[in-house]
Write a protein that binds this ligand. Sequence first.
Ligand SMILES: [Zn+2]
Length: 312
Amino acid sequence: MRWQNRRKSDNVVNRRGDNGGSGGGLASGGLIFLAIRFIFSRFGIGGILILVVAFFALQAVGVDPLRLLMGGAPQTAQVGSGTSQSNVNLCVEGDQTDQFVCVVLASTEDVWNAEFRKRGQTYEEPKLNLFSGGVQAGACGYATSAVGPFYCPATREVYLDTGFFKELSQRFGASGDFAQAYVIAHEVGHHIQTITGVSEQVHQAKLQARSSARAQARQNELQVMMELQADCLAGVWAYHENNMFTLEPGDLEEALTAANAIGDDTLQRQAGRTPMPDSFTHGTSEQRKRWFRTGFDSGQMEDCDTFNAAQL
Ligand SMILES: [Zn+2]
């Protein structure tokens, strides 16, 4: 993707160093507990006594021993503040990956502002929170990086730990900048579903499905339709990105490889299980690739109606 020297989004929020409060606190507490247990097992009660004496000796000379242990890390982070803990602007001072994220988000803003305007509507740009380790995502709760990039409908914001890109290339075999761009565009796709009311309709349909005999299967099916629509919207974005700044050779393949790698059937097979369609919540690799392609081929968001498609 040709991204150097392009506009960067104003909507990237630096949430690094903000471990989401509760998560960070638990980690610190657990560490101290483990350290004490270790000292006790090695040096017995005498070791603990020396530790206690040292603790108070340090405090007496005005040093906070806990702070020292944590390497001077902040003791408390504001929980659910939703604000940045750092005033470092990652779009200016961040590494290449951070700056790339800023350009991709800006590109999605340009595309969706124009597409909504064409339809007589206004696009509400989402914030994208860059975090590392864990993050407090408002009403969506505390999330660790293990869940991967996500969109929280309650805050209407995207959350991304760029460490995921390493996993994407190493574990899922999807490398290249356009694989990363696809991931961001997919999350922005969920934002579009929220502001257009699709997410709420799906939520209601899921509630109704609760009483049906195959409730879980139907709910999963609805979730798959959501995910495939987000893939298709990512494809629509890629179509317009290609119009504005011609894609580089291999870009499209990078996105398709990523869509292929994170299909439910592939993930389940990698985990050593036989793929079970009823438990799919993101769609198969073939479906994800096909819906991204659908959006990419036409550039029309109307072609992304996975809910009424003859073939999902
Ligand atoms: Zn998704």
